[in-house]
Write a protein that binds this ligand. Structure first.
Ligand code: NAP
Length: 315
């Protein structure tokens, strides 16, 4: 009979890593799976993390590595496998990867989220040829160039500030007349002399033959359209949860986020959600790590309750 783990953690972003730290300290027999070769989830795409207490200005990749090293020091490292399906068999959850099938009494779903796309003509066609979703990864290719960042959230503001250090000119294209980004980021952005914010404007299409040449934009109040000549477009219009795997296994909201509270409890006993993948108001690194810790506490409570039921002969 194959081993039945106490816990399977899916994902090695801040929520998954923190869950691994707490699971290791709780001496839970844990399987930890992550499809990527780097740990840290979305933070590895962040040049500078400035709101994680005690680590002002730390590079996202470094923070991810430091968190993962902490789990490893406690004896847990992720297995590099992609989960392809999940099955709930009541007391046992079956996790299938491309090569293996694992069994666990509980699962922490910490698969996080990925960047959203705009779905406009030229975006897909010119992906990697001037269209990017990661300023930290691709910004260096645009030294002394003119680029646009689309979006008005924290990521758009952070990306524009980063790009302004090496680009000649950075346009921020935002669909409203106010940014969503934190005020401190707005102040830093407004202080960049080579950044121009184009308000109330949406991108219509990315233009260019083999390389981005311009971005067609529309002023939403007047309907006026024009083409903005530039070399690159960075798209930062939010995230979408990586929850397709659990559609039908547990309840999702209309945005695809797993319905779960702060304790991580989902609508399916034995499944817990942590980090950006769950319904919550504030998606930050600090709230993700908090979720990881809470989810493990819920797992421990669930394991104790089911054990008590088993020993008293209940199903
Ligand atoms: P976000 O906060 O959801 O902002 C997305 C931005 O894109 C918004 O300004 C939105 O406009 C705009 N937008 C959305 N769809 C659009 C469309 N189709 N066309 C044009 N514009 C569109 O997303 P984010 O900045 O990518 O951040 C993602 C999450 O990560 C957030 O929860 C954020 O708080 C979190 N985050 C955390 C940290 C940290 O912990 N250090 C750092 C960065 C980000 P509206 O404003 O009009 O809606």
């Amino acid at each position: 009979m194959a081993e039945i783990y106490d816990l399977a953690i899916l994902g090695a972003g801040p929520a998954g890593i923190c869950a691994a730290v707490y699971a290791a300290r709780g001496r839970l027999d844990t399987l930890w799976l992550e499809k990527k070769f780097v740990q840290g989830g979305q933070i590895v795409n962040t040049y500078e993390v400035d709101n994680y207490p005690g680590m002002p200005g730390i590079n996202g990749m470094e923070l991810g590595e430091a968190m993962a090293a902490h789990a490893e020091k406690l004896g847990l490292a992720p297995v590099r496998e992609t989960v392809v399906s999940l099955r709930d068999e009541g007391k046992v959850k079956v996790i299938s990867t491309e090569n293996n099938e694992y069994r666990a009494k509980t699962v922490i779903l910490a698969m996080g989220a990925e960047h959203r796309t705009l779905g406009i003509p030229g975006e897909k066609e010119l992906g990697g040829m001037g269209v990017s979703y990661c300023a930290t990864c691709d910004g260096a290719f645009f030294q002394d160039c003119t680029v646009a960042v689309v979006g008005g959230g924290n990521v758009a503001a952070e990306d524009a500030i980063l790009l302004a250090r090496s680009c000649k000119k950075v346009y921020v294209i935002h669909r409203r007349d106010q940014l969503r980004a934190e005020k401190i980021l707005q102040e830093r952005l407004f202080a960049c002399e080579n950044v121009e914010i184009i308000w109330d404007t949406v991108p219509v299409s990315v233009e260019g033959k083999d390389q981005v040449e311009s971005l067609r934009i529309r002023q939403v109040k007047t309907g006026e359209e024009r083409s903005l000549p530039l070399d690159g477009v960075f798209i930062a219009v939010g995230i979408t949860p990586n929850s397709e795997l659990v559609r039908g296994v547990t309840e999702l909201d209309e945005g695809g986020y797993i319905k779960a509270g702060e304790d991580g409890d989902t609508s399916t006993p034995g499944f817990f959600a942590a980090g950006d993948i769950r319904t919550k108001k504030l998606r930050q690194i600090v709230t993700a790590v908090s979720d990881g810790a809470n989810a493990v506490a819920s797992v421990q409570r669930y394991l104790m309750e089911t054990e008590a039921q088993n020993s008293s002969g209940q199903s």
